[in-house]
Design a protein around this ligand. Structure first.
Ligand SMILES: NC(=O)C1=CN([C@@H]2O[C@H](COP(=O)(O)OP(=O)(O)OC[C@H]3O[C@@H](n4cnc5c(N)ncnc54)[C@H](OP(=O)(O)O)[C@@H]3O)[C@@H](O)[C@H]2O)C=CC1
Ligand SMILES: [Mg+2]
Length: 281
């Protein structure tokens, strides 16, 4: 069944140009091979009064309610969260790449939204993501967690950092850990990866790493981190079992990133198998 007439009706009802359907991007397909597209309703670009009026009308019409993207992500299952981050990342990329950086002319989206082309210079632009390494360092019995001042109060995570141009993942992991806490790594083991939308599209590459038992003294780089420290297996296992960050904030206890974040998976993996960082890659 085509939803296009229904979408055209909705756009017209809310005073939007129905041609905007052409801005949709392909984000996946159902088990029955129906294509799924995403469209930015443009509510953030309207004047604030207009936007809030339209949002209220849309909520009634669609029998739902708008919510903050980050909050929504943590309430969805993995499949829906992945669709939502793909949609958001792709739509935001298109919005920010309307012009060719060589000719200055408008670029044109292909139907699926997988690229944009400049009709004048013929340059093809593809959506970009930045590779980011995230590393859980262990000394065999404890793991190293850190927080940035921008994190929600009380939340600690693994060490993360953007890869520099020309670096391998291994080099990026070793450099980031050395820069942020002054440790030299012994072993490194790849764990998993995840697309991450905040603040812009990143491919998070998660690794376990170990330091030599005698070389565990950290020097926290206060330009990058607010605090960092070693946490025992019991402390981390207890924090993982607590599942309500809001009560933890009030109690002053530390808490860990939510399940959907790859940092959570990495920490959980270590709690379940502390030797994972010392096994051969
Ligand atoms: N999914 C998850 O579980 C987690 C995800 N993260 C994500 O990892 C990312 C990286 O972690 P973070 O510790 O901030 O990184 P870094 O330790 O690399 O520090 C950030 C700084 O790196 C510089 N930088 C280099 N390349 C880029 C780039 N492509 N985009 C933006 N900044 C760049 C900027 O410095 P300057 O301003 O000097 O140019 C920026 O302030 C964050 O976006 C965070 O959201 C972090 C933890 C958990
Ligand atoms: Mg960092």
């Amino acid at each position: 069944m085509s939803l296009r007439p229904e979408l055209e009706r909705l756009l017209a009802k809310f005073g939007q140009d129905t041609q905007r359907i052409e801005d949709s991007v392909l984000i996946g397909c159902s088990k029955q091979h129906e294509a799924w597209f995403a469209l930015d309703l443009g509510l953030n670009s309207s004047s604030s009064l207009n936007a809030s009026l339209q949002k209220a009308e849309m909520e009634i019409e669609l029998k739902g309610s708008f919510t903050d993207l980050r909050k929504a992500l943590f309430q969805l299952n993995t499949k829906d969260a992945s669709l939502l981050t793909t949609a958001q990342a792709l739509l935001r990329w298109h919005d920010a790449h309307q012009f060719c950086s060589r000719s200055g002319q408008p670029t044109k989206k292909n139907v699926a939204g997988s690229k944009r082309v400049c009709p004048s210079s013929k340059i093809i632009y593809y959506p970009q993501m930045a590779p980011v390494v995230i590393t859980l360092v262990s000394d065999g019995t404890r793991c190293l967690l850190a927080r940035q001042s921008s994190f929600p109060k009380g939340m600690y995570s693994a060490l993360a950092g953007f890869c520099d141009i020309g670096e391998s993942l291994e080099e990026a992991v070793r450099r980031e850990v050395a820069e942020e806490v002054g440790l030299e790594l012994e072993r490194l083991k790849y764990s998993a990866s995840q697309h991450w939308s905040f603040p812009n599209s990143s491919l998070m590459i998660a690794c376990h790493a170990s330091v030599k038992p005698g070389q565990t003294e950290i020097q926290v780089n206060l330009k990058e981190l607010e605090a960092a420290g070693w946490f025992s297996h019991d402390e981390v296992a207890t924090a993982l079992r607590r599942n309500n960050p809001y009560t933890q904030q009030q109690n002053g206890t530390f808490w860990l990133p939510p399940k959907l974040a790859i940092a959570h998976q990495l920490i959980k993996e270590w709690v379940e198998k502390p030797s994972c960082s010392t096994l051969p890659a």
